[in-house]
Structures are given as structure tokens and as C-alpha cells.
Write a protein that binds this ligand. Structure first.
Ligand SMILES: Nc1ncnc2c1ncn2[C@@H]1O[C@H](COP(=O)(O)OP(=O)(O)OP(=O)(O)O)[C@@H](O)[C@H]1O
Length: 767
């Protein structure tokens, strides 16, 4: 058993900068932990580390010009820091190293790092969001009389205690048995280290296993997906790379929170398979299906960098391997040779279509209320009818839109009888009986009339007519020739069940289906009434016996630890309120290195006197963050959950000649590139920011009464619906940020209830 670990300052600096030492999802992180715990001896944790073991003590250092002069001793026997769960142990270890470095260099401390006044102790709270905080206690002047005599005062730190109890750090004395051994053995360790160094020629090279990523290496690509396949492969976590390399012989699901690298893993997986087929001179055609046209363009862009063999520009008719990147309706169009032109098609991810749809539904609802409500009303359930009459009509319209897209079109295939048989959504329009559903369906029929008059189709129309053609003997024969060897689906949670049912028809053979897909259910807005099992089942109907291979990834690469904690608090509060709200962040941790963390700050809530000031403050903060982070303006997102505020923001920017772009489609990477090229800020509604990433995110109007919007009719179903939706939107918006999140709210309203738990837990600082 390892009783204590002594780590020199140079090694501390290496560990905290080393991407692979941040998470146990990397083999190196796992190996490091196992080594420190004494579970494995002689493990290779990277050639830049010098290691010496003696009498239950492990000494680690590395060379930066010289050997270190300062040392952190972790008394593992007393503190049991590494006896926690694997990811918590490594996380605490990393936090402790960062804290040690700060203490030595006199850097300013954060809320979770404290000096105890009048004593030589310091306390670190590695996880702030846990209700009873876990703490690690550090003695800054261990064995001080002895050390001072040896002129070693200030060079040694001792972490001797950890746990949930708050002792009296002022009075207690650290037990020094292990520390004394450490101190006495350091000269042996140094001698050994010098010997190793002199045996090596020059400075140790960057390690094979634990390469250190420095900022220059990452250069302009930092945080983006734009790297070549070869460069990505060594950076992957064990779970990511297993997912990437498993063959396409069964369905494979990758699940993880926002920013864990799901999209990346899917792209690498398909390139991996294409390359293998190319090497084996085997025919292999894959299709990567995206939810919308905007995300298709973004994926095409990334693929053009990752895939230097150009599989995505090859032609299936001539080449043995090819990759097609398209939307589902394009896939239906090409395979089934039907044709609906883009202009006829409603893009569900576009602001314009959503608004048009809402307007049509609103007109349909008004018409049905006016002409038919009286005849329906005596059959309707009391609460449902009351809701229709009393609730703000616009809120009903939003709920109707959700109901139509998720249930009527998404699951019932626009069939009234099927719709009546389906269970109602738990958090949506509260229909109790068939008459209630009949009423909703009447509104839907009216809405369709409007749509038909306007000569427009939505993707559901394409999908429904395609299903008819796919389930036929003709297609069964053709699929051997025209089907695909692999189907990849990104953002599976955004498709509806009808659409999910289609994918398996496009594979070359029937079951087990070679389909790989990524899911984060809490990014889909509103209750969808499904769980991961149902998604699996829809993608790969039960007759395929193989089951689904699944990978759950937990390291968030996009966001700082502070932002991951905040996102965790938001989804946890969703999961407490709603039985079917998924929390993808259980066990998640940020994979940020210390260098990246330096740009990060605690999320902040800033109060302003009134609504006008909200808009001004948003632009002021954007300008300040742009300067502070030294990033282009296009790396700052100003977002709101409230459509009116988004409009005010863009009006203000236009009036005052501020350079900006307005997101009008979800995941519009092309627009972001335009913004980058021309130095513009990005403004958008939370519904259109999914799939993107920014250095800083400013959320405007996250105050009480606005998020979620109040309902004066005090109607439970609309309240539930709006609260559910607000959780989804906040999570998506917050998880776009790498380093900074700022909330702006009106003083008189106070912060939104949804972020209150995060404020109470100290995850958001109030100005
Ligand atoms: N192993 C890794 N090492 C370093 N960076 C990584 C790794 N995996 C992913 N990333 C980075 O994490 C970020 C998020 O990746 P990606 O967009 O694939 O995540 P996602 O899970 O699809 O997110 P979202 O659900 O929000 O769309 C990207 O900037 C990517 O470069």
C-alpha cells in the first residue's frame, strides 16, 4: 500500500497541464490513479516523470531545467483521499495539485479554496455542488521548527486530512509520521532522480503515453472539431476510442452530456470503418444523417478536415467506399427518387418555419375555438376545457405545437385512432379522455388545411409517405443494392419516433442493423414521452437479436468545471421536478487542464434596474468579455429564452450599428464562420444555439417570471410544460460555453427559480 506521495512542483505543473491526467476515462488517468493507490507497480505514467519508491512512499518529480525545490506531500494513509470513487479520487487529486501550485505562487484563491485565518492551515473544497461539502485540509508549515532550521520553510505542504466533517483546523495538529519519512527520504529520491537524468541524453522527451498538450499545439483549433483523423485518435478517451473502433455489426449508441464529444466520435467512427474497408479493398458505403440542413453543412465542413481521404466527396456509383452526409428528407428523396424541392419543405430547425407553424396553429386554434368549442365543450374533461378558455391563448398554442409534433405527427402518424390509443405526455396538454384528444385533432386538421393552402410540406409528410414505399417487396430487393453498410445519426434525440422507425430500412441488410447514433435526451425541448430504450427499439426493432452496444461518456471537454457544475445543477433540478427528465451529467467531470481553467471564472448573475438596461448590459458585458478573453467577438454568444428579448437585442444592435449576426436556424455553423470572418457578435434564441460552442455565453433575462414564463391562470399543465421546456433550454444554452457564463436579470424580479439552487450552492456568484 502506498502510505504517502511526494510530488515536486515541476511534476505538479505537468500533471495539471496534462489532458490525459484529468479523467479516468483516459487509460493514462486510470493508470496514474492505480499507481498512486499502489494497485499496480511500475506503471508507465509518462517518460517525463521521475519516480522513486521507498518504504511505502512514492516520490515523483520531473525536470524543468532543475529538479524541484518545493514539494507537496499527500498523506494517503491518514486522509484516504484516493479511497473515494475513481473519478472523484482523481478529481480531488487534481484539485489538490492546483491548490498547491496557487499557494506556492501566491495566486488569488477562489471561493472553494480558503486559508484559515490565524493558523497555518488551508482548506480545499473540491466539489462545491455536493450538499455536505467534502474538504481536504492542508498544513502549510508542517514540522516547522525542523524545516526552518534546514531553511526549508515554505517549501513543503502536507495534505493530511479529508472528509465531510468540519473539524477545528485551528487547533488540531497534523500527524507527522509519514511526513517525517517523506522529508528524510527526499535526499535519496533526489540522488536517484539525478542519476536517471544523467543516464538520459538531455531533457526527457515529451512522453509517449502522457503527451502534454500546450496551448501552441492546440493553436487556433483549440476546442473545435477541426483536426485530422490521425491527430484525433491519440486524444480520445478509452470509451471514445472503443466506440470508434467497434465494427458496424450491431447498433451502437453513444450517450453523454453536451460537450462530451458525441459528434466527434460518430465522425471518427465512420472514417475508421471507411479506412478499414479501403485497406481491405471491400465495398463500404455509409450515410451520416443530420437533423437539419444547417447541421449537415457543419458536419460536411468538419468531415472535410477530419477525412483527408475525401470519402465524403467520392461517388458511390464509381468508388468502392463513400460517405454521404445528408438530412433525412434528402435521404428519402434520393433513395426513393421522389422529389420535394427545398423551397416546399419546412425546416423545423428554422426560426421562420417555427414562427409560421405557430401562426398557423394559432389561427387554427382560434377558428376551432370560435366555431366548434361549444359543440365539443360538454364532452371535454373539466380541467382541459377550463385550460383552453382561461389560459393565455399563446401558451396553449405552444403546447399544441409540441403535441402535434411529438404525438400526432411524431408517434401517431397523423392517425386519430392511433393518437387516441397513445398515452398522453406527462408534461404537456392535459388531455384526460378521447373527446379532449378529438378536440386537439380538430385543431391539427385545421392547421393542415392552412399548410396545404400555402403549398408546404414538413419533413413528417416526407417521412410518412416514404415509410409506405420502404415497407414493400420492391424496396426489400433494392436495398441490397442501394442500401448502406453503415448509418450514422447525430442528435438522435431531435428526431421523432416516426423518423427513428425509418433508419433501419436504409441499411443493406435486415438486422442486426449497422446503425450508430448519439443521444442526449435532455437537449430535446419538452417532454417527448420516451426513454432511451424506446429510442433503441425504434432504431433497431426487436427482431434483431444482437442488442445495442452502448457507450456512456462522462468527460466534458467543452466546458470548465464551473460550467459543468452549473449545468449539472440545472438538469438535477429538472430531474427532481419531472420523473422523466434525464440527467446526463451524473458522474460527469470537466476534462479541462489547469491552463484552460485559468480563462474560466465562476458563472455570474448580474442584476440591472430595468428591461432597457438588460439590453445595454448584454452588449457591455460582451465587449468586456471579448477583451478579457482575447477572443474574437464571434466567440461570444448573447442568448435569451425569450423571443421578445432576442428581438430587442437584435434591434438595438442594428440601431446602434453594432456588428452582429442573428441565429435563425439551429446549429448554423456557416453563419458563425461569417461572424468570425467579419468580427461580429452572435445573438440568438436558445432554440437555435444547440450544436454550437462559444468562449462565453451571456444569457439575457434569466429572471423570475420570465424563465419559466408565469401563467396568470395558474394552470398546472402549462406551468409544468413551460418549466420543463425552460430547463431544457437553459441546459442547452449554458452548455455551449467553454469559459464563461453570465446571467443578466432585472433587479425587481430576482433570479429565475431554476438557477436558485445553483446560486444557493455558490455555483453562481452574485455581483
Ligand atoms: N478526447 C477529446 N480530447 C479533446 N477534446 C475533445 C475530445 N473529445 C471531444 N473534444 C472536444 O469537445 C468539444 C465537444 O465535442 P462535440 O461537439 O463532438 O460534443 P457533443 O457531445 O456532440 O456536444 P453537443 O451535445 O453539445 O452537440 C469539441 O470542442 C471537441 O473538440
Amino acid at each position: 500500500m502506498v502510505k504517502y506521495v511526494v510530488i515536486g512542483l515541476n511534476a505538479v505543473e505537468n500533471f495539471i497541464q496534462d489532458r490525459f491526467a484529468q479523467s479516468v476515462e483516459f487509460d493514462e488517468g486510470k493508470a496514474l490513479l492505480a499507481f498512486l493507490r499502489g494497485e499496480v507497480g511500475n506503471v508507465k505514467i509518462g517518460s517525463e516523470y521521475l519516480i522513486f519508491e521507498k518504504d511505502g512512499g512514492v516520490f515523483i518529480d520531473s525536470v524543468a531545467g532543475n529538479l524541484s525545490e518545493k514539494f507537496l506531500v499527500i498523506d494517503l494513509e491518514q486522509s484516504q483521499i484516493l479511497a473515494q470513487a475513481d473519478n472523484d479520487s482523481l478529481f480531488s487529486f487534481q484539485k489538490l495539485l492546483r491548490f498547491a501550485k496557487k499557494l506556492w505562487s501566491g495566486l488569488s484563491l477562489t471561493y472553494s479554496e480558503r486559508m484559515i485565518p490565524g493558523s497555518s492551515k488551508a482548506i480545499l473544497f473540491p466539489y462545491r455542488y455536493k450538499p455536505q461539502p467534502y474538504r481536504i485540509v492542508i498544513e502549510r508549515e508542517p514540522w516547522s521548527d525542523r524545516l526552518l532550521k534546514r531553511e526549508q520553510g515554505g517549501n513543503w505542504l502536507l495534505a493530511y486530512k479529508a472528509g465531510h466533517e468540519s473539524g477545528d483546523a485551528n487547533r488540531e495538529e497534523a500527524e507527522l509520521t509519514n511526513f517525517r519519512k517523506a522529508f528524510e527520504n527526499i535526499s535519496f529520491a533526489k540522488r536517484e532522480f539525478l542519476e536517471i537524468v544523467s543516464l538520459q541524453t538531455g531533457r526527457p522527451k515529451s512522453s509517449s503515453g502522457m503527451a502534454i498538450l500546450n496551448l501552441e499545439d492546440r493553436g487556433q483549433f483549440q476546442g473545435s472539431l477541426h483536426r485530422r483523423y490521425e491527430d484525433w485518435i491519440p486524444l480520445l478517451t478509452a470509451k471514445q476510442s472503443e466506440f470508434v473502433s467497434t465494427p458496424f455489426d450491431q447498433p451502437a449508441r453513444i450517450e453523454g452530456a453536451a460537450g462530451t464529444g458525441k459528434t466527434l466520435s460518430l465522425i471518427l467512427k465512420v472514417i475508421h470503418a471507411l479506412r478499414a474497408a479501403d485497406a481491405a479493398k471491400r465495398e463500404f458505403h455509409a450515410v451520416f444523417v443530420t437533423h437539419s440542413d444547417a447541421t449537415r453543412l457543419a458536419i460536411e465542413e468538419v468531415a472535410s478536415v477530419v477525412d483527408k481521404d475525401g470519402f465524403s466527396s467520392r461517388d458511390r456509383a464509381v468508388d468502392q467506399q463513400s460517405l454521404k452526409i445528408c438530412t433525412l428528407s434528402e435521404l428519402c428523396n434520393t433513395v426513393l427518387r421522389t422529389s420535394i424541392s427545398e423551397s416546399e419543405l419546412i425546416d423545423r430547425d428554422a426560426m421562420e418555419s417555427k414562427e409560421t407553424q405557430l401562426l398557423y396553429i394559432s389561427e387554427a386554434f382560434d377558428a376551432v375555438m370560435r366555431d366548434s368549442f361549444d359543440s365539443h365543450s360538454r364532452f371535454l374533461s373539466q380541467d382541459f376545457a377550463k385550460g383552453l378558455k382561461d389560459r393565455d391563448a399563446w401558451k396553449t398554442v405552444e403546447m399544441l405545437q409540441h403535441e402535434i409534433s411529438v404525438l400526432i405527427k411524431g408517434r401517431a402518424g397523423e392517425n386519430l385512432d392511433t393518437y387516441k390509443k397513445l398515452p398522453s405526455l406527462s408534461y404537456g396538454l392535459d388531455q384526460k379522455n378521447d373527446a379532449d384528444k378529438g378536440f386537439v385533432f380538430t385543431v391539427f386538421r385545421k392547421y393542415q388545411e392552412f399548410l396545404r393552402d400555402a403549398g408546404q410540406f414538413d419533413t413528417d409528410d416526407v417521412v410518412l409517405s416514404a415509410i409506405g414505399q420502404l415497407d414493400t417487396p420492391i424496396w426489400r430487393r433494392r436495398r441490397l443494392r442501394d442500401g448502406y453498410d453503415a448509418v450514422l445519426i447525430d442528435e438522435t434525440h431531435l428526431f421523432n419516433i416516426n423518423e427513428l422507425h425509418m433508419f433501419h430500412y436504409f441499411t443493406r441488410e435486415e438486422g442486426p442493423y449497422p446503425i450508430a447514433y448519439s443521444v442526449d435526451r435532455s437537449q430535446a425541448v419538452g417532454d417527448r414521452g420516451w426513454n432511451t430504450k424506446e429510442i433503441d427499439y425504434s432504431i433497431s426493432p426487436a427482431d434483431s437479436s444482437a442488442g445495442t452496444y452502448s457507450a456512456r461518456i462522462e468527460t466534458v471537454f467543452r466546458s470548465s468545471p464551473e460550467i459543468v457544475n452549473l449545468a449539472f445543477s440545472i438538469v438535477s433540478s429538472g430531474a427532481t421536478l419531472f420523473t422523466n427528465f434525464d440527467n446526463p451529467l451524473v458522474n460527469a467531470a470537466s476534462g479541462f487542464t489547469e491552463e484552460e481553467e485559468r480563462l474560466a471564472r465562476d458563472p455570474a448573475y448580474i442584476e440591472v434596474p430595468n428591461e432597457g438596461a438588460l439590453i445595454d448590459a448584454a452588449f457591455e458585458r460582451a465587449e468586456i468579455l471579448h477583451k478579457e478573453l482575447g477572443c474574437p467577438r464571434s466567440d461570444i454568444l448573447i442568448v435569451s429564452l425569450d423571443g421578445n428579448l432576442v428581438k430587442e437585442l437584435s434591434d438595438k444592435a442594428a440601431d446602434s450599428n453594432k456588428p452582429y449576426v442573428l441565429l435563425e436556424r439551429r446549429g448554423d455553423q456557416k453563419l458563425i464562420e461569417t461572424a468570425r470572418a467579419t468580427g461580429r457578435l452572435v445573438i440568438g434564441h436558445a432554440d437555435y444555439v444547440g450544436g454550437l460552442e462559444f468562449a462565453a455565453v451571456i444569457l439575457v433575462g434569466v429572471d423570475d417570471g420570465r424563465v419559466p414564463p408565469v401563467d396568470h391562470a395558474n394552470d398546472l399543465s402549462s406551468k409544468n410544460f413551460l418549466t420543463y421546456v425552460s430547463h431544457n433550454r437553459l441546459y442547452v444554452a449554458v452548455s455551449r460555453a467553454k469559459y464563461r457564463v453570465e446571467f443578466l436579470g432585472e433587479q425587481a424580479r430576482g433570479p429565475s427559480k431554476i438557477i436558485e439552487p445553483a446560486i444557493k450552492a455558490g455555483l453562481i456568484s452574485m455581483d
